[in-house]
Write a protein that binds this ligand. Structure first.
Ligand code: MF3
Ligand code: CO
Length: 251
């Protein structure tokens, strides 16, 4: 599939989808506390999405049964919300959400600490975010896609973390997943040339231990193979001939 270049009108719609998703994340972050279940987060996220006239894009995507992915501790991504999983003080919780506004998607993820966590775990969350911004230094028309991948992967590995290889970022637009696939690890080739009007969901998933992951029997939940903690950070990004525009980051 070729990589779509968005028109001014499409960028307008994706900007609105991104603005709303930033609000959804703020509301979920504000509500997150010990004693809540992962399903409580899902219900809140879906309500905020719909109250802004959007559709939760994950719901029923390839059969995914919820609106938000809620992944706790050693869960990397795609944790399925349930009434049985109670969030506890000291957990780290990755929240991944996507919305559709007038046919256009945005996609973003954050990892939050619940209550007090060790400085080591704080560092995992911080370095995961920082790795995304290392990638952003190369997210510009004329550069090559894997310059972003290389910057993310190098930065995370420099801190001794495992960079998940089984899942990647992706193009985004009128579909949640479009070309190209965007690895978060170093590549031995340069990949496609970036052009203004491309919109990309860039999403490092970083483990405290090994990069290797497993899928649980629910066929969704991805966990670290060694049980180490994992963090996730994602924004929907518009490529321009200057600085990238982070559509899902509130100013
Ligand atoms: N942010 C994830 C992704 O980009 C979310 C998709 S999960 C699903 O792939 F629930 F929608 F399947
Ligand atoms: Co994504």
């Amino acid at each position: 599939m070729p990589i779509s270049i968005k028109s001014a009108r499409e960028i307008e719609l994706m900007t609105e989808a991104g603005r709303i998703l930033a609000i959804v994340h703020e509301e979920m972050k504000r509500a997150l506390r010990p004693g809540m279940t992962t399903k409580d987060i899902d219900r809140l996220g879906e309500e905020v999405i719909r109250s802004h006239g959007c559709i939760p894009s994950f719901l029923n995507y390839n059969g995914y049964p919820a609106s938000i992915c809620v992944s706790v501790n050693d869960e990397v991504v795609h944790g399925i919300p349930t009434d049985k999983r109670v969030i506890r003080e000291g957990d780290i919780v990755s929240l991944d959400a996507g919305v559709i506004y007038k046919g256009y998607h945005s996609d973003a993820a954050r990892t939050h600490a619940v209550g007090q966590i060790s400085s080591e775990v704080e560092k995992l969350i911080r370095v995961t975010e920082e790795s995304f911004f290392e990638g952003m230094k190369y997210a510009k028309e004329g550069n090559y896609l894997y310059e972003i991948s290389n910057a993310i992967g190098r930065y995370a590995e420099k801190h001794g973390y495992g960079v998940v290889r089984d899942l990647c970022g992706h193009g985004i637009g009128s579909h949640l997943h479009e070309a190209p696939e965007i690895p978060n690890y170093e590549m031995n080739r340069r990949g496609v040339r970036l052009r203004k009007g491309m919109t990309l969901a860039i999403e490092p998933m970083i483990n405290m231990g090994t990069w290797q992951v497993d899928w649980l029997d629910d066929d969704w939940t991805v966990v670290t193979r060694d049980g180490s903690l994992s963090a996730h950070y994602e924004n929907t990004v518009l490529i321009t001939d200057n600085e990238p525009v982070l559509l899902t980051l509130s100013k």
